[in-house]
Ligand binder design. Structure first.
Ligand SMILES: C[S@@+](CC[C@H](N)C(=O)[O-])C[C@H]1O[C@@H](n2cnc3c(N)ncnc32)[C@H](O)[C@@H]1O
Length: 283
């Protein structure tokens, strides 16, 4: 496809004072994303993911070099997407990464409308995260959750899932997953309700030698409808969430460390359901 014919405006943006730079920089932060109802998505890989998922970018800005290298992608961009060319310096000013690979785009936040408690069909596998702070942890968890077949993620406060760092760390999984954002008491109410909907509620906690010892995670039947709760990096799970759990489960490990990183702990737990499902399907 001829690049010039697909550009919405033939002018190359070469000044950092162009209003589009300010508009996209506002998407670096949560209030800007909320005000504009958009997220900023950086890089070619995430653009591929968005298009593969059928998401429709509002705006795409790329350098002339990027356009030359990715002509086939231009052909599959929805007609409604505004396409602009900018110098590498201007693109770097729009992006959060130090060395963007030549393209950024914006996506609407359609999920904002899905933040109601009752919007989704009853899911069979839910990951609930209590006040997760670190964007790298959140993105990594999302990637593992998608790999493990999680139907829905419930986020109780914590990091904004639509920030560029989370999108990058999730490798695009954030765009593919059903994500419900809730206030802390909203998460508690939702976890409470999940019990009446037949989900077993599993709270992941640290190994403990005392009599309230949690069960090793492999002793659980993960093929049942399941809600897995993971806690904040510093404080762990809030006591009111812990109190709602049907079972406390743990990954036993050496006492040389107090705990595992939350995203590391998530991997064996989430994938145990996958492992048990494969075993159950064996003849
Ligand atoms: C870094 S830990 C929090 C440590 C915190 N000081 C505490 O006392 O809970 C963050 C979360 O990761 C999960 N986690 C970490 N290590 C785990 C383990 N060995 N078994 C199960 N879950 C674990 C738990 O959900 C925990 O709330």
């Amino acid at each position: 496809m001829c690049v010039a014919t697909r550009l919405s405006d033939p002018e190359l943006i070469s000044s950092r004072r162009n209003p589009l730079v300010r508009q996209l920089r506002q998407l670096h932060d949560s209030p800007g994303r909320r005000d504009q109802g958009l997220m900023l998505v950086e890089g070619t890989h995430l653009l591929h993911e968005a298009l593969r998922l059928g998401l429709v970018p509002n705006l795409l800005v790329a350098t002339p070099t990027w356009f030359d290298r990715h002509r086939p992608l231009l052909a599959v961009l929805p007609a409604s997407c505004t396409v602009r060319a900018a110098t590498a310096e201007v693109l770097a000013a729009m992006a959060t990464t130090r060395s963007p690979d030549g393209v950024v785009h914006t996506l609407p936040l359609p999920w904002a409308g899905a933040e109601s408690l009752h919007s989704a069909a009853p899911p069979g596998f839910v990951l609930a995260l209590d006040r997760l702070q670190d964007p790298g942890n959140l993105g990594t968890l999302m990637r593992t959750a998608l790999a493990a077949g999680v139907d829905q993620i419930w986020l109780g406060e914590g990091a904004d899932p639509w920030q560029p760092k989370v999108l990058r760390a999730s490798s695009g999984a954030a765009l593919a997953l059903s994500i419900v954002r809730l206030a802390a008491d909203g998460l508690r109410d939702r976890v409470d309700q999940a019990g009446t909907e037949g989900l077993q509620r599993l709270a992941a906690v640290l190994p403990s030698p005392d009599c309230s010892a949690p069960r090793p995670y492999w002793q659980i039947d993960w093929t049942r409808p399941t809600l897995l709760l993971l806690g904040n990096e510093g404080a762990g799970l809030a006591p009111d969430l812990l109190a709602l759990a049907d079972q406390r489960i743990t990954i036993p490990h050496s006492s040389e460390v107090e705990s595992l990183n939350v995203a590391v702990a998530a991997a064996p737990l989430l994938l145990e359901r996958w492992r048990q499902s494969l075993l159950a399907a064996e003849p």
